[in-house]
Each structure stands twice: as C-alpha cells, then as structure tokens.
Design a binder for this molecule. Structure first.
Ligand code: GLN
Length: 188
C-alpha cells in the first residue's frame, strides 16, 4: 500500500522518513494526480493558513475532501488537525477546512510560540510507556461530535481523537522516535 504525505508546507519530510522506517512506500502529494494509487494520507503540521492557501491554489481542496470522506485512513497532526476539522475558530476568514471529522479546532489555542510545550501523555490505545507529545502552537480541539472518540487528553482537553479511519493529534508525533502512532495509523 502506498501512503501519501501532503507536502505543500510544514513537517512532511519527517513524517515521510518515519513511515519509510516502518517499511512504507511513501509519495509526496502536491497535486491532485499525486493522489492516484494512494491508500492513506498524512496531513502534517505547519501553518494551516498557508497549507489551505496552497491547497486551493493547486486545486487540491476538492480531491483532499473526497479522499478524506472516502473512508481511507488519514492522519492529521497539528495544522493537519485544523485542516481536517469541521470548524476553525480564530482562523483567517479565507481559510478552508475539509470537514472530514466532526471537531472544532481553535488555532493557537494553547497560546503563542513561547507557550509551546512537551508532555508525556498516557494513550491507552498505544499502551505503555506514555507518549512524548510535542505541542508547537498547538490547536485546541474545542468541540468533538458524537462520531468522534477521544483517545488521549492534555490538560483535560482532547489531544488525540479518532472518527472511523481518521486520526487527529494536536501534537507532532514525527518529532519523536517513538513510532507507535504511525504504526497505529498504518494498521487502520
Ligand atoms: N498554529 C498553527 C496553525 O494554525 C499550527 C501549528 C503546527 O502545526 N505546529 O496552522
């Protein structure tokens, strides 16, 4: 199976190398045609306003929405969580979201760059030990719909959630050598 990594901006290269170290075949997605043959997709962290603008410019908004709604597995991290959400709070007026998972996200909800933090988080689906979560200008998941399961929390707020084959984290799993979350994603 081929895994696509949305490679418009942000932390795509490390996601690619983490997946490749798990034996995955990875393609970088920058245009609609790149999605051909892709069975699952990672939408990495970065700057969600920029990713939205570039996705619009490269005619990717429709194809990405279709992909995410087709039941194929998608992992969205940080800015990727914002892009996948149904509603963005504190976003730019012209910023798009794909509506792929029934959550609302508040951009920079934990504060500014200086409020970025790292924390060990208990994630029952990943077992022990706790996962080291790196949060960089992380969004707050401010609402989860009924179809959404909360898999982990930070400060009592959802930090990792799942709906069907879509998994969303507010942290950057590609920044640690712990491959358990990527492994879970590949097993969906
Ligand atoms: N705050 C960023 C945004 O709004 C997300 C930060 C990140 O992906 N690390 O897109």
């Amino acid at each position: 199976m081929t895994t696509g990594v949305l490679a418009l901006q942000g932390a795509f290269a490390l996601h690619q190398s983490r997946l490749e170290s798990l034996g995955e075949q990875v393609v970088q997605v920058r245009a609609p045609a790149d999605l051909q043959g892709v069975e699952r997709l990672v939408i990495p962290g970065g700057e969600s306003t920029t990713v939205s603008m570039l996705a619009e410019r490269f005619d990717l908004l429709g194809p990405l929405t279709e992909f995410a709604q087709s039941g194929k597995a998608v992992l969205g991290t940080c800015a990727g969580a914002i892009l996948l959400s149904a509603e963005i709070q504190d976003g730019r007026a012209d910023q798009h979201c794909l509506g792929a998972i029934d959550i609302s996200t508040r951009r920079n909800g934990f504060g500014r760059q200086v409020d970025s933090f790292e924390q060990d988080v208990q994630i029952p689906v990943l077992g022990d030990p706790p996962f080291h979560a790196v949060c960089i200008r992380a969004p707050v998941i401010s609402r989860v719909g009924e179809s959404v399961t909360v898999l982990a929390t930070i400060d009592s707020r959802p930090a990792l959630v799942r709906s069907g084959a879509i998994i969303v984290s507010i942290f950057h799993p590609e920044l640690v050598e712990d491959l358990r979350l990527h492994h879970l994603f590949l097993s969906l």
